[in-house]
Structure formats: structure tokens, C-alpha cells
Design a protein around this ligand. Structure first.
Ligand code: ZN
Ligand code: ZN
Length: 285
């Protein structure tokens, strides 16, 4: 327990949730990760995947539990599940929301108030009965959300800003890099720096290199770039993430085959050197 570190994928889809038989194997919920480190629960992004995670957390423990939710950014696919996160409606829970991309123009409490207001939403954030705290930081800050858990951050290249994260605990590390656009020349130096020698790097792989030119400026990257960044940063396992809603299970199977051919084998952490993130799976590097 003391040195536990894991990440569970509750939502792997980018842009908009998608349902249907063609999405059952990789999943249709938008971005949400659950990292457990040193017995503490850190959630990254509040896409639609956070709803099911929250239901499980309410069923699991009656005791006071502190939960931290870190936003990469507040585009709708990353925040639309927040008001459906059940622990926000449990009185003995403490939930801290963190964002690093908003200052100085905005704050995270203002963004949540804005989303939870007429005519977008029927009730305001007063409806939360948990002890909810709002924490703004600046990309590049290092955070210490719990004893022995370090969260490093870096700025990503995305419209309206976004924050990349690296969670360190017990000598291991998991990086979460979405949403971000590469420059097509060389891997982003600040991302490479943040992810250097990480055990796992979860990376925005919305497009292929072939598709990308049609979407330049939209703020997303490719699965080939994920491999290039992972190799440059000496990452153990690269996880392909933020799947485009147009890419169904059959498409993602082809992506999995392609990236596995590019980066075959098993990493020192015991996981494949590359994998395609699937909703419901847990990685323990
Ligand atoms: Zn997104
Ligand atoms: Zn975005």
C-alpha cells in the first residue's frame, strides 16, 4: 500500500463521448483518469468517465476521504462530467479541484460557476454538500497533494492553455499529457523534460501523422508523435490516448498494431512499451 502507484482509465475518448457497439472495447467516455498513489486518490480530468468512478467511490467507503481532481484544462470534454461526480454530494467528503491553465484571466471556481449557471445548468455550485476547495496554480509549479506524492506540471500547446502532469510516488512516475499539439519539427522540449525516464506516459494521440495536416491549429497530436516523444524522453510505456470519436474499435485495433510494430517489447516496468488506452483497464508500473 505504501508504495502503490496505479492509473485506471475511466474515459479515453477526446472531444465528445460516443456510444454504440463500435466503441465497446476501447470505450466511449471522455477523459478521466484515476491515479492511486500512496493510498491517496488523484483524479485527472472530469470528462464523462468520472460519473461511473464517482458512483464506485460512494459505494466503496463511508469514511472521510480526500479526493483531488486535477484539470488539464476546462474544455467541455474535460469538465462536463464534474456535476455528475457523486462524492460532491456527500457531506463528509473533501474534494479539491486544481487547475493551472487559467490564471491570471480566470480561476477554476469562476469556470465551474460559469458552467453551473443558467441557461447552461439548472443548479449552482451551492448544491454540492461536500467540502469543495478550489486551487489555482501556474503551469510549471510542483504540487504536493499528499505526503510522499509529488505532482510536477508543465505547459502544453493547446488553445486556451492546458497543463501536463507527472505524478511521482515510491520511485515511480506516471505522466498525463493531453491535450497538446506538436510543432512537427522536434518533440516538445518541455514535455520531454516533464516525462524524462517516466514509467508511463499517457499522450494525446487524436490523429495519425497523415491526418494531422488537415487539423493543424486544433491543439492535438498524433500517435506517431507519441512514440517520438516517448523515445526521446526514454519513457517506459507510451499509452495512446484521447481517441478521436471517428476512430471506432476496428480503427483502434489497427492503431494498436501499428504502434506495437513501431515500439515492440516489454518495458522494465513489466508493461508493454506501447499500448492503446482502454476504458476500464488499470496499469501498475
Ligand atoms: Zn480534449
Ligand atoms: Zn481541449
Amino acid at each position: 500500500m505504501a508504495n502503490d502507484l496505479s492509473v485506471t482509465f475511466w474515459g479515453v475518448r477526446g472531444s465528445i463521448a460516443c456510444a454504440g457497439p463500435e466503441y465497446v472495447r476501447y470505450g466511449g467516455n471522455t477523459s478521466c483518469l484515476e491515479v492511486v498513489a500512496g493510498g491517496r486518490r488523484l483524479i485527472f480530468d472530469a470528462g464523462t468517465g468520472i460519473r461511473k468512478l464517482g458512483l464506485g467511490l460512494c459505494a466503496a467507503a463511508a469514511r472521510m476521504e480526500e479526493i483531488d481532481i486535477f484539470f488539464t484544462h476546462t474544455h467541455f470534454d474535460h469538465i462536463c462530467g464534474l456535476t455528475f461526480f457523486a462524492p460532491l454530494y456527500v457531506e463528509d467528503r473533501k474534494v479539491r479541484l486544481w487547475a493551472g491553465h487559467l490564471l491570471p484571466e480566470h480561476t477554476i471556481v469562476d469556470v465551474v460557476k460559469h458552467v453551473m449557471a443558467a441557461p447552461l445548468h439548472p443548479v449552482s455550485l451551492d448544491v454540492f454538500t461536500a467540502d469543495v476547495q478550489f486551487n489555482d496554480f501556474t503551469c510549471g509549479d510542483t504540487l504536493h497533494p499528499a505526503p510522499g506524492v509529488v505532482v510536477r506540471t508543465a505547459r502544453l500547446n493547446h488553445p486556451n492553455g492546458a497543463t501536463g502532469y507527472r505524478v511521482e510516488h515510491g520511485g515511480r512516475s506516471i505522466c498525463y499529457i493531453t491535450d497538446t499539439e506538436h510543432d512537427g519539427v522536434a518533440p516538445d522540449a518541455s514535455i520531454v523534460g516533464l516525462c524524462r525516464d517516466a514509467d508511463v506516459m499517457i499522450y494525446d494521440s487524436t490523429y495519425s501523422d497523415a491526418q494531422y495536416p488537415a487539423y493543424r491549429g486544433w491543439g492535438h497530436s498524433t500517435w506517431q508523435e507519441a512514440i517520438r516523444v516517448g523515445d526521446t524522453a526514454n519513457v517506459g510505456t507510451v499509452a495512446i490516448f484521447h481517441h478521436d470519436p471517428a476512430h471506432d474499435d476496428a480503427w483502434m485495433d489497427r492503431v494498436a498494431a501499428e504502434v506495437t510494430a513501431m515500439r515492440p517489447g516489454i518495458a522494465a516496468n513489466g508493461l508493454p512499451r506501447v499500448l492503446v488506452a482502454r476504458e476500464g483497464t488499470t496499469l501498475r508500473p
